[in-house]
Design a protein around this ligand. Structure first.
Ligand code: REY
Length: 424
């Protein structure tokens, strides 16, 4: 029998309040009743204030590199700071709105991982057990484990490379399609596998399609219900949804604009789509405030036990820079100031997303630009991380200010997350 999904949030309201106030270290949050939790937290070390001019410079750089608009929201010890540039709707000329929803692409993988790891905690699945134990005959190799999926070490080919080899025709061919998970796995298995199980990291959406299948097998219910009852509802993420195969984004939302492969070609409005090619690998919709709430709550231990968080944040490098790593459905970026941030990036047609938090959950940043298939815009948007988490650098700040046009909207005085009503 599966435990109630929100069980961790009911552990102790007092404890959670103390945790939120920074009185109790996050790792003590779910100690057994009666266990000592009174150890006072060491005073939090001073952290750099976010360089919001630098954030705006990064957003403007995303625009200079082809995004119609961009925005970022930083939540830290001194409250919420948001910045928006450009438009969220090119036809209506509607300015980017920090309250808007958008497609978060592969940040969805972290949501799927949380659900799966809760099922592991509940004894429904084990990380080092072969996938075929739970889904008999699904994969052609009994050595592929659940952990291999979550760490992108299964060797299952990423079917999206072939699907979107020609970007716009590839997208239009699947925009309204509804795939079964099995069809997506079959697409992956029609290609050679990329590595022996466990041997090397190779990012693949197929891994998180199988994660979705495991969640549905273990719960007997659609993944949408697991997201809702285990994450969206307990964290009150009211602008976060999984509506597959509905093609629309509810409420005030950002429109996505896909760059064609042909230089100078017209942008394609890619807002409405089933995102069925991604499903549990990338079909969640969210907002900047909700993403900050999610990554921060995750890091503060509100969704998973300390032991599970340790497993999730145990990483290996994804490239040779020694600054980028992957744990379980979670990226770690080591920034220039030494700060480590955990979260995920997302790319779905028309949307680039970053959602990251420090390990203590005290600072979080989400950023989105409403374009894709334009790597320079994504790289530029990633500049928000350095600015937000590493703060103002004397040399950089002057040039960042110089680069920042005065059109950026300063939303610093807005109330904190979820205090603002939905307008549509
Ligand atoms: C799929 C193609 C990207 C996007 C992808 N996204 O795997 C997952 C993720 C969910 O990691 C598309 N690129 C674009 C192309 C390239 O079509 N030919 O940039 O919109 O977030």
């Amino acid at each position: 029998m599966t435990l109630p999904s929100h069980r961790r949030l009911a552990v102790s309201a007092t404890l959670i309040a103390a945790l939120a106030a920074g009185v109790v270290p996050a790792t003590s949050a779910f100690a057994a009743p009666g266990a000592p939790v009174s150890t006072p937290a060491a005073p939090a070390p001073a952290v750099p204030a976010p360089d919001m001019d630098g954030v705006v410079a990064a957003l403007n750089s995303a625009m200079a590199n082809g995004a119609p608009g961009a925005m970022a929201r930083f939540t830290g010890p001194d409250g919420v700071r948001s910045r928006t540039v450009g438009v969220q709707d090119r036809v209506a000329g509607k300015p980017m709105d920090i309250q808007s929803r958008f497609r978060i692409g592969s940040v969805s993988k972290t949501f799927s991982t949380v659900v799966l790891l809760q099922l592991v905690e509940e004894g429904e699945l084990e990380l080092d057990t072969p996938v075929n134990t739970y889904l008999p005959g699904l994969l052609p190799d009994d050595r592929i484990t659940v952990r291999h999926l979550l760490t992108h070490r299964s060797g299952l080919a990423d079917y999206t490379n072939a699907m979107f080899e020609h970007t716009v025709p590839g997208f239009e061919a699947v925009r309204n399609r509804v795939f079964s998970y099995q069809e997506l796995v079959d697409l992956s298995l029609s290609e050679p596998r990329t590595t022996e199980p466990g041997v090397s990291y190779k990012y693949s959406n197929a891994n998180f399609v199988v994660v979705g299948m495991l969640i549905e097998k273990a719960t007997g219910r659609p993944v949408s219900e697991a997201y809702q009852s285990r994450i969206f509802k307990p964290l009150k993420l009211r602008k976060t949804s999984y509506v597959h195969p509905d093609t629309r984004i509810k409420g005030t939302h950002v429109r996505g604009y896909l760059h064609p492969d042909e230089a100078g070609g017209a942008l394609v409005d890619s807002t409405e789509q089933t995102a069925s090619w991604a499903q549990s690998a990338g079909a969640v919709i969210s907002s900047p405030a909700d993403l900050n709430t999610f990554t921060s709550a995750l890091m503060r231990g509100r969704l998973l036990s300390p032991a599970t968080m340790e497993a999730m944040t145990t990483v290996t490098p994804t490239d040779a820079t020694n600054t980028r790593f992957y744990g379980l459905g979670l990226r770690r970026y080591d920034l220039s100031c030494g700060t480590r941030v955990y979260g995920h990036t997302g790319t779905v047609q028309g949307f680039y997303t970053y959602a990251f938090s420090t390990r203590d959950g005290r600072r979080s940043l989400s950023a989105v630009a409403n374009t894709s298939n334009h790597g320079a815009a994504n790289t530029a948007l990633g500049g928000t991380l350095e600015a937000a988490f590493c703060g103002k650098k004397p040399a950089a700040s002057a040039s960042a200010r110089a680069a920042a046009p005065s059109t950026a909207r300063d939303l610093t005085s807005l109330p904190a997350e979820r205090d603002l009503p939905e307008r549509h």
